[in-house]
Structures are given as structure tokens and as C-alpha cells.
Design a protein around this ligand. Structure first.
Ligand SMILES: *Cc1c(COP(=O)(O)O)cnc(C)c1O
Length: 406
């Protein structure tokens, strides 16, 4: 246990953790069940092209979400691209900047302009009032992101989309297993996209899916995912290759069989962080709405530099030195990344809440690979840092000055 600033690895102490603690270290389900499925796939020699495991995975996901259609894909980025194309979006589409860059890239990749809209400071998702002010004659749609598993203000966004004849869709990459007003996310808008990337709490190695109740959109997306083939030798749209393979589907099914265990562990971790961080001035966990079901896959700290005297980045640097590889999800915002930064150099002027929040948040390691002792130790380091903030700020300044003098 560390007691003094000089114990911190940042100032020459031994790192608290020999092995790095990652955000999004994969959750692994029942290995024997997975291996059995993989043997079966190899015996059958049906490796991809909508085999029996992909079909089973799609059915199980559709049942879990409670939608008519699930189209499993090689990843969520391709799923977003296909959803956008199948829905016929063009011109401009309103999205948050506070998201993983794939949300914006999926538009830009097909020369649709992502128009970055500010977020609500409480939900950290699209602010419906701001959305309305970003609509132009070129706008064709809105893509909301249920950030950290916390639902967008779907009713308000739906009302705006209807009034302006815009298509509303969602990037639900963070939100499998979460609800909005008691209904599973995945059922809203024209369609929603899920991610099963290795770092998401439920993984298929790589993978994603479009979920929708819209028959026409589902039909188009399914053809577009397979080069536009309607039938052998007959292609009726421009398409791409977005297919999920059988081993990914086997991993996805195996993960689904452990979903309750993964969510329970995430929930326990979240509660433990809450308990261990209690009373630390200026450090707060981003809350979840306890009335909703959620997957608790992100434990996000909100760090108030003015109250602590240390910035979010100071705390991140201190933790990284201890081998706690926290992530700034999402910093600096898509609008400060290329090509958007060059296209819209002044976008930040319209995104004050995004800029404020992205300076304060820090995602913590969680999931089945993180133990209760790990969490206690991580929180003890944060407490030590905050308790000795003035001395640590001095030491950090000395380090920076020394670097400048070198
Ligand atoms: C992970 C993620 C994606 C991309 O998912 P992939 O399956 O890795 O392509 C898209 N949007 C958000 C918000 C994500 O977190």
C-alpha cells in the first residue's frame, strides 16, 4: 500500500501493478463450449457466408433485443456504413462529437458530412434542443450515440426527426443489454447498430450487427453486406463485404451464454468503485439511471480539476505510471480529429459542453479480468493523489521544468 507521494511510480516508486490493467480487457465465456463449437465448424467446413452459427447468433440477438431483424456483421463500423447507406442518408447527418471516431467516419467514408452537435451535460448524449438548431436543408438524418450504455433522449429526438422528416438511427455500440424507459435499446429509430468488438463487454472477437424492425431496411442491409447479391449471379445494389464468420458467431453465442455473469461482475465493480471513491473531493462516478437495465461496461470518473488542484490528465499520468491504463473516452472529440479538424476548424465554438466534458472524464478498468483488490488499490492511489494534491502538483511541475531545461 502506498502512503506518500514519493511512493508513487510517477515519482520513482515501484508501479503498483506488474501487469497492466486495461480498460476493455476481453470477457471470455465458457472455453469448452467455444472449442466444441469451433470443432463443429471445422468438421462441417462451413466457415462463413451465413452459416448455422451466424444464423443462431442473429436469432439470439434479435430475441434478446426484441426486434424482428438482426443482421450480424464483421464489425460495427461496417454495420454503421451499411445502415446509413441502406437508409438512403446523404448530404448532412447530425451526430455527437463525443463518440468513438467510427460514428463520424462511417458517414465521411461515403462523403456524407457529419455535423457535430453538442451534448446534454447530464446525459452526455445529443442535446435535443441543440439538434434542432443544427438542421439545414441538406440534413437527412440524426445518429444518436447511447454513450457508456446511457440512452439518448429518444422520445425528444424522435419528435424532432418526425417533425423535420429526418431518419433517426442510433449507434448502440455501448448499449447492448441496456434499456430506455424499460424497453431494450436496439428497438428504436429506423435501426440501431451493436458492436461485439473484443473490447466491448460482450464480444465475438470482432463483430457488429444492425438490429431493426424495418423489413425494407433489413432486406437492403442484408444484400449490401454480401456485395449486393440477390441471388447467384444477380447483383442489384452496390455492396460490400460485411459478413460475420462462423467462428466469430460461435464466440458471440458463447459470450451470450455468460451475459448475466458479465453484467453482474461489471455491476459489482461499479459499486465497489463507488464505495472506494466515496468522499474523495472532486472525483465522482458518472451515474447510471438505476431504474433502467444497464450493462455497466464503462466506469467513468468525472474529475473536477478546480476542486482537486490536479487535472484529469495529471491523474491519468499518475495511474498510467502505476500500470493502470485508464482511457480518456472520449477525448478530444471527433471534431478535433482529422479530417474533421481541417474541414471545420471552428466546430469547437458550437460544442462547449463536449469540450468541457471531454476534459474531465476518465474510463477505468473493469470487466471480469479486474479483481476487487485491483479496484481497491486503484482507488487508494486516486485517494492518495487527491489527498496530497498540492505536493503532487509541485512535483509534477518540477518534472516538467526539468524536461524543459534538458
Ligand atoms: C466500438 C465502437 C464502434 C466501432 O465498433 P467496431 O465493432 O470496433 O467497428 C462504433 N461506435 C462506438 C460508439 C464504439 O464504441
Amino acid at each position: 500500500m502506498k502512503h506518500y507521494p514519493s511512493d508513487l511510480a510517477k515519482f520513482g516508486g515501484e508501479p503498483q501493478f506488474r501487469e497492466p490493467l486495461h480498460v476493455g480487457r476481453p470477457n471470455i465465456g465458457d472455453r469448452a463450449a467455444l472449442m466444441e463449437r469451433i470443432e463443429d465448424i471445422l468438421d462441417r467446413r462451413w466457415l462463413t457466408n451465413h452459416g448455422p452459427y451466424v444464423e443462431e447468433f442473429e436469432r439470439r440477438i434479435a430475441d434478446y433485443v426484441g426486434v424482428k431483424h438482426c443482421i450480424a456483421m464483421c464489425n460495427a463500423t461496417i454495420a454503421l456504413e451499411i445502415m446509413i447507406r441502406a437508409a438512403g442518408l446523404k448530404g448532412e447527418v447530425i451526430v455527437p462529437s463525443m463518440t468513438f471516431v467510427a460514428t463520424a467516419h462511417a458517414l465521411q467514408w461515403q462523403e456524407i458530412t457529419p455535423v457535430f452537435c453538442d451534448i446534454d451535460p447530464v446525459t452526455c448524449t445529443l442535446d435535443p434542443k441543440r439538434v434542432e438548431s443544427m438542421i439545414t436543408p441538406r440534413t437527412t438524418g440524426i445518429i444518436g450515440v447511447h454513450l457508456w450504455g446511457r440512452a439518448c433522449q429518444i422520445d425528444e429526438l424522435t419528435e424532432i426527426a418526425e417533425r423535420h422528416h429526418l431518419k433517426l438511427m442510433f449507434d448502440a455500440a455501448h448499449s447492448f443489454g441496456c434499456t430506455y424507459k424499460g424497453q431494450m435499446i436496439g428497438r428504436f429509430g429506423e435501426a440501431e447498430v451493436l458492436s461485439f468488438h473484443a473490447t466491448k463487454f460482450l464480444n465475438s472477437l470482432e463483430g457488429g450487427a444492425i438490429v431493426t424492425n424495418n423489413d425494407e431496411l433489413a432486406g437492403k442491409a442484408r444484400l449490401m453486406q454480401n456485395f449486393g447479391f440477390e441471388d447467384t449471379d444477380s447483383v442489384i445494389y452496390v455492396g460490400t463485404n460485411g459478413k460475420m464468420n462462423e467462428i466469430s458467431a460461435a464466440m458471440g453465442i458463447t459470450s451470450l451464454e455468460s451475459i448475466d455473469e458479465f453484467i453482474n461482475k461489471n455491476h459489482e465493480n461499479y459499486n465497489l468503485y463507488q464505495q472506494e471513491l466515496a468522499g474523495i473531493k472532486g472525483v465522482r462516478l458518472m451515474p447510471y439511471d438505476e431504474r433502467e437495465k444497464t450493462n455497466y461496461q464503462y466506469v467513468v470518473l468525472d474529475i473536477d480539476e478546480a476542486a482537486i488542484g490536479l487535472s484529469r490528465d495529471d491523474i491519468k499520468d499518475i495511474l498510467h505510471a502505476e500500470n493502470v491504463l485508464t482511457r480518456r473516452y472520449f477525448y478530444p472529440g471527433c471534431h478535433r480529429m482529422e479530417p474533421y479538424r481541417s474541414h471545420f476548424p471552428h466546430a469547437g465554438l458550437l460544442l462547449p459542453v463536449t469540450e468541457h466534458i471531454s476534459q474531465r472524464v476518465l474510463s477505468m478498468p473493469t470487466g471480469t479480468a479486474v479483481s476487487a483488490d485491483d479496484i481497491r488499490e486503484v482507488c487508494a492511489i486516486i485517494r492518495l493523489a487527491v489527498d496530497h494534491a498540492a505536493e503532487i502538483a509541485d512535483r509534477l511541475k518540477q518534472q516538467t521544468d526539468a524536461l524543459v531545461l534538458q
